[in-house]
Design a protein around this ligand. Structure first.
Ligand SMILES: [Ca+2]
Length: 127
C-alpha cells in the first residue's frame, strides 16, 4: 500500500513538471513572436538606445554626431532599415537627432536630445 502511494506521488510530480514545461514553452514562443513581429522595430530602437547610452563620448563627441549615430545604428541586431540620419548644414551632427528604424511594416523612432538624452517612441518619427 505504501509503495502504491509513493508511485502515485511520483506520477503526480511528473505530471506537474510536464505542465510547467508546457507553460515555459508557450511563454518562450510568445516572446519570440513579440521580438520578430509587432515589437520588432521597437526592440531594434531599444537596442540602439542601449548602444548609444553605452557610447564613450571622450574627445568632445556627441550622441548626435552622424558618425556616432551611423556606427550605433549599424550595430543593431536584425539589420533594420535606418532613416533620418541627415546633416544638411555640414556640422557633422544630425540635424534633428531623430533616427527612424524600420523592421518589416513597423517603425520606431530614436530621439537624441542636444543634452545626449536618448528616448524611444513607437511609430515613425514626428516631423
Ligand atoms: Ca547638422
Amino acid at each position: 500500500m505504501k509503495r502504491l502511494f509513493v508511485l502515485s506521488f511520483a506520477a503526480m510530480l511528473m505530471i506537474s513538471a510536464a505542465a510547467c514545461d508546457d507553460d515555459d514553452a508557450q511563454n518562450l514562443r510568445e516572446n519570440v513572436e513579440d521580438a520578430t513581429g509587432s515589437a520588432g522595430a521597437r526592440a531594434a530602437a531599444e537596442a540602439m538606445r542601449g548602444a548609444l547610452e553605452a557610447q564613450d563620448l571622450d574627445g568632445g563627441k556627441s550622441l548626435r554626431d552622424v558618425a556616432v549615430l551611423r556606427e550605433n545604428a549599424e550595430d543593431v541586431p536584425g539589420d533594420p532599415a535606418v532613416e533620418g540620419i541627415a546633416d544638411a548644414d555640414g556640422d557633422g551632427k544630425d540635424d534633428d537627432g531623430r533616427v527612424e528604424l524600420h523592421v518589416g511594416e513597423q517603425a520606431a523612432c530614436v530621439t537624441v536630445s542636444a543634452e545626449n538624452d536618448v528616448s524611444v517612441e513607437n511609430g515613425e518619427c514626428a516631423t
